[in-house]
Design a binder for this molecule. Sequence first.
Ligand code: ATP
Length: 454
Amino acid sequence: MTKETPTVDMEKIVSLSRRRGFIFPSSEIYGGLSSCWDYGPLGVELKRNIKQAWWRAVVQERDDMVGLDTSILMHPQVWAASGHLEGFADPLVECKNCHLRWKADDLTGDSCPSCGGELTESRQFNLMFKTFMGPVEEDASVVYLRPETAQGMFVNFQNIVNTTRKRLPFGIAQIGKAFRNEITVGNFIFRSREFEQMEIEYFVKPGTDEEWFNYWIEERLNWYVRLGIKRENLRLREHSKDELAHYARSCIDIDYLFPMGWSELEGVANRGDFDLVQHAKYSGKSMDYYDDETKEHFIPYIIEPSAGVDRSTLAVLCDAYDEEPDKDEIRVLLHLHPSIAPIKVAILPLSRKEQLAAFSKEIHADLRQHWMVSYDDTQSIGRRYRRQDEIGTPFCVTIDFQSLEDNQVTIRERDSMNQIRVPIGELKNTLKAKLEGEDLFVLPPGGQIWKQGE
Ligand code: ATP
C-alpha cells in the first residue's frame, strides 16, 4: 500500500510558503534564527485549522476526553521525576578544528563531516532549555522550558479525576509549545527548537493497555486520512526493543513520506505506569486510582499519542501540493481539505465598477460571518483564480454584471475548475454543503451547471 518516492521537493514547499505568506524564517530581517519559524497570515490559519480538527476529533466529539492547558514553566522536580534531567540527552562530539557539534549517532566516519577535522570524545548534551525564574541567576532558581506538553497532564491527573468525575478509561488532551535544544535541526519546520505539540494521555486499567494502544494507533492514523493525507504516504513503524525510550513498553511511529524520506509524524507509546509512579515518588502524593466497581486501588497505565503541529502542517502542505500544465504555464495548486484550507471562499467581482463593488462587498460581509473569506478585485479573473488555487481556497464566487440583474453568482471549484450558477439566496447554504463535501453538481433550487473545467 505504501510507496517509496516522495512526490514533492522541499524547495517547492519552502518557496510557496515564503512567497504566499504561510511560513517565514524567524527574525528574518536579522538574518533569521536557526530552526525557528514564524507562521504568516495563511500559515496561522492553516495551523489553527489543523489544531481545531484535532481538538474536535479527540475532545469535542468524545465522552472520554477532556482538554487542558498547562504552563510551559513547571516545577524543576517534574523533570527530575520524568527522567528528562538524566535521560533527555544526546551523545555529542565536537570538531577540534571548526568547533561544530555533531550527533554521535548520525556520524558514519570518525572525522568532522564539515572540515575533516579531528573529533572529541562524545559527551552527553541535555536538550532542555534552561533559564532562571525571578531576579537572581542562581542554581536554586533554575527552571526549564518544557520539552513536551505531556508532563503537565501527568501532574494534573488527580485534579482531573477529582473535578470531572471521569472514570477509567479516559484521556486528557493538550496543545502547546515545547522546546528542545536539538543538536541537528533542519528540513524546514520538521525539526525546530521551538515547536508545538498535540498530545493525548489516555489512562487505562493495567491489562487493557495493549488493546487501547492498538485502538489509538488506528484512530490516529485515520485522523490523518480524514485530514486529506493520502494513505499511501503514511506508514506505521514499530520501535525495536533497543530503540524504545526509557518510559515506553511499546511504541509505534506514524511516519509520513516527507520530501527527505519517511520520517516521524506522530509517536504512539504505551508508557505503562512509569510517569505516575515517578511523580508519586518525587512528590510524595498518591497517584492511585480507586475503581468503584471492583473496589481496587491501582496506578493506571498510560497510552500516549503524541503529534507535532508543525510536522502535521508540513505533511498537509506536501501532500496537497500539485502542479498541472496550464496552456504555456503551470497551475500550482494545493488540494487542501476544505476543513483546513486557510481561506474557504474568495469573492471575485469581475469589475471594480461602483455598482458591482457595492453588491460584491455585501456578499463578502455576509459570508465572512461564517468563514475566512477573502476579496480580490485586482488583475484578470484567470490570475485571481490561480492565486486562490495556489493557497488551496476550495471555492471562488464570481460576480458579474448579469448578477445585478438576475441575482445569481457563479461558484467555481478549485480542483475540477467546474462552475455552477446559483441564486444569491442559496449561496451560503450551497457553500456550506460543498465545504462539507457535497458534489458541486448537486444543485440548489434555481441553480444550474455553468461550465465544466476552464
Ligand atoms: P524525533 O525522533 O524526530 O526527534 P521524537 O521521537 O524525539 O522525534 P517525541 O518525543 O515522540 O519525538 O515527540 C512527539 C512529537 O513531537 C513528534 O512525533 C513530532 O511530531 C513532534 N516533535 C518532536 N520534536 C520536534 C522538533 N524538534 N520539531 C518539531 N516537532 C517535533
